[in-house]
Design a protein around this ligand. Structure first.
Ligand code: GDP
Length: 325
């Protein structure tokens, strides 16, 4: 006989009581493409929403090999040692097709994964960044309802995923290495601009001096940007994730930022702005996918494309006909 479907009420009661198995299952519903699952996920989300929002959301990015997993493990252990509950989520759109996620990989955070006050979830899979990001945002709500007070969201420092993670977090941390050359040229301007702090990792094993030099250079670079809306001057810190050095300073800095941002109401203002952004973003995505998945549009689009190729129409005329339809 088939297992009875778990009711939404049971899901919500269990999540609010902090049940990790139910939290995991609810996230699986959020990530599902099955319409019935999505419907139940939405019911669970609505019921959890009043209990969400109370956490601090921290985005962490950096190129592969910079030490994100190692840092998050060390940082996460530090937080749980302070009595906090930490959820680690990831946004990695490239993990969709068979590649398997390298982010939020439990085998790379062996110690944190056995910590009962930590919850690690790899990136949802999906073909579009927008889809992956939306699922992660919804998972944040579930984690918060389950009592996680610190949400860490990891993403790789390539492509557009940093922007998505930046727009769902309160504090954005960029991990860098010293002496990797092109300190100032090689970094994408946009990412530096988004960072509330740069942490130079692997400041150990004879690399300390280079790390200090890099710190000065990054500080100089950060001062070239206009002041942030938050009034916060981004900081540069040194750390060794491997040797657990500098991790407490990173936490103290984030805590200082949060206290200041709450004092000025910037914290809530930013979250409201983020909510507006995601509302519009969701509409845009839905409109787009409805449009392209419409059977009549698909047919007309392929006709218009052949007309375009044979020089019988212009892109603008073709687009207009499609949009009118
Ligand atoms: P990720 O790809 O950004 O998640 O990087 P990992 O956390 O997997 O780290 C990549 C490599 O760098 C691993 O071999 C780590 O052991 C090493 N590593 C990470 N943090 C440090 C550090 O602070 N110091 C040193 N020396 N090595 C580190």
């Amino acid at each position: 006989s088939r297992k009875k479907k778990t009711s939404t009420k049971e899901f919500v009661t269990e999540i609010l009581a902090g049940s990790i198995p139910f939290l995991s299952r609810a996230i699986t519903l959020v990530e599902s493409t099955n319409t019935k699952h999505q419907q139940q996920a939405n019911e669970i989300l609505e019921a959890c929403l009043p209990y969400a929002n109370k956490s601090v959301r921290i985005g962490i990015t950096g190129v592969p090999g910079v030490g994100k997993s190692t840092f998050i493990e060390s940082f996460g252990k530090h937080l749980t040692s302070l009595g906090k509950k930490v959820a680690v989520l990831a946004v990695d759109p490239s993990s969709s097709v068979n590649k398997g996620s390298i982010l939020g990989d439990k085998t790379r955070m062996e110690e944190l994964v056995t910590d009962k006050n930590a919850f690690i979830r790899p990136s949802p899979s999906g073909t579009s960044l927008g889809g992956v990001a939306q699922k992660t945002r919804e998972s944040i709500i579930l984690c918060e309802a389950a009592g996680f007070d610190t949400i860490v969201i990891e993403t790789v420092g390539v492509g557009q995923s940093e922007t998505a993670v930046h727009s769902m977090t309160d504090f954005f941390l960029l991990l860098k290495l010293a002496g990797a050359g092109d300190e100032l040229q090689g970094i994408k301007r946009g990412i530096i601009e988004m960072a509330d702090a740069i942490v130079i990792n692997k400041a150990d094993s004879g690399n300390e001096k280079n790390a200090k030099i890099a710190k000065v250079e990054f500080n100089r670079a950060l001062h070239l940007y206009p002041p942030k809306d938050s009034g916060w001057q981004p900081k540069v810190l040194l750390a060794s994730a491997l040797q657990h050095k500098g991790i407490d300073e990173v936490y103290t800095m984030i805590d200082d930022y949060i206290i200041a941002a709450k004092n000025t109401d910037y914290f809530q203002y930013k979250r409201n702005e983020q909510n507006k952004y995601w509302l519009l973003e969701t509409i845009n995505q839905q409109l787009k996918s409805n449009f392209y998945n419409n059977a009549a549009i698909k047919e007309l689009l392929s006709n218009e494309l052949s007309k375009l190729e044979s020089g019988k129409t212009t892109p603008f005329a073709a687009a207009n006909r499609l949009l009118k339809k």
